[in-house]
Design a protein around this ligand. Structure first.
Ligand SMILES: C[C@@](CO)(OP(=O)(O)O)[C@H](O)COP(=O)(O)OP(=O)(O)OC[C@H]1O[C@@H](n2ccc(N)nc2=O)[C@H](O)[C@@H]1O
Ligand SMILES: Nc1ncnc2c1ncn2[C@@H]1O[C@H](COP(=O)(O)OP(=O)(O)O)[C@@H](O)[C@H]1O
Length: 267
């Protein structure tokens, strides 16, 4: 059985407080985008994992898909499987690729072995694996609060726009990014701002990670500026970076940006 985990972008990200457990409370909008990995699960004599595509840093046993399998196997008599992951979503990019794999894998196992889990059941497994994993169970645009795992419905459709994503050659760890921010009460309500026309977002919607990441990695700031120069209506770093997306009303010419960076378009 095959599944195609997709990436997310964050539209706005306000870090509102630091918690006793070391995590941060935040508010953000998660929006799914069409950059995909490929996950395949087939029955096997023993549990096996293989990967292709972009190299995944870290130990195989720490892959979020294997962690998800172990978690679900505690409660369900799961047969062994061979899991193959073809990695295409850039890593350390603020695109939630690892979390997407975990969320989609939970759904795949639920479907393949007809476990009958509800969305809230699957979200509670996902929450144990990472703050933004639970988003990928429903995989619909949401306004998120808490540590990024409490969801509030949001009607947002950017299909009429040209969405592009630029991936500078900079890898940023999420933990490093959180260490650099000072939590504060948001100056504007993101939940209200995101309902305003996209043309107004530039003066309303910000990502709190940009301040420190732009200081430490000026190339990322340069990509955002280049997207505005190319005519973006709105541009922002996604999550903890380093990817930067631009929302355009027509297909932009990004030939210059493509020389130094990986560019994804038609998202
Ligand atoms: C920043 C965001 C924004 O959407 O996305 P990415 O840029 O990673 O895609 C998320 O908060 C990333 O969520 P996720 O990547 O699942 O985080 P986790 O694996 O749970 O946590 C990694 C580390 O980030 C920090 N962390 C994460 C989430 C949060 N609300 N507060 C935190 O302080 C903690 O130091 C934690 O040890
Ligand atoms: N299936 C997976 N795909 C990518 N990274 C994974 C996966 N499982 C675990 N990881 C670990 O998660 C880290 C963060 O990856 P990722 O979720 O892609 O980035 P981001 O937090 O920027 O969205 C990687 O450096 C890697 O060590």
């Amino acid at each position: 059985m095959l599944s195609f985990p997709n990436a997310k972008i964050n539209i706005g990200l306000n870090i509102t407080g630091r918690r006793a457990d070391g995590y941060h409370n935040l508010e953000t909008v998660f929006y799914p985008v069409r950059i995909h990995d490929v996950l395949e699960v087939v029955p096997s004599a023993e549990l096996q994992f293989s990967a292709s595509g972009i190299g995944i840093p870290g130990r195989t046993e720490d892959n979020l898909c294997l962690k998800a399998y172990a978690l679900m196997a505690k409660d369900h008599a799961l047969p062994p499987v061979h899991l193959h992951l073809h990695k295409h979503i850039p890593i350390g990019a603020g695109l939630g690729g690892g979390s997407a794999d975990a969320g989609f894998f939970i759904r795949l196992i639920n479907d393949r072995f007809t476990l009958g889990l509800s969305n809230p059941d699957m979200e509670s497994y996902a929450r144990k694996l990472g703050a933004d994993c639970a988003f990928f169970i429903r995989n619909e645009p949401v306004f998120a609060t808490g540590i990024g795992d409490e969801f509030h419905p949001l009607i947002l459709d950017l299909a009429a726009y040209h969405l592009v994503l630029v991936m500078p050659r900079v890898h940023i760890s999420t933990a490093e990014a959180y260490r650099g921010v000072k939590p504060a009460a948001p100056r504007k309500s993101l939940r209200e701002s995101v309902l305003r026309p996209v043309e107004e977002w530039r003066s309303l919607i910000t990502n709190d990670f940009e301040q420190t990441i732009f200081k430490n990695h000026p190339a990322v700031r340069g990509v955002k500026a280049a997207l505005y120069e190319a005519g973006a209506i709105y541009a922002s770093m996604s999550g903890s970076g380093s990817s930067v997306y631009g929302i355009f009303d027509k297909q932009p010419d990004l030939a210059e940006l493509s020389k130094e960076n990986q560019v994804f378009s038609q998202l």
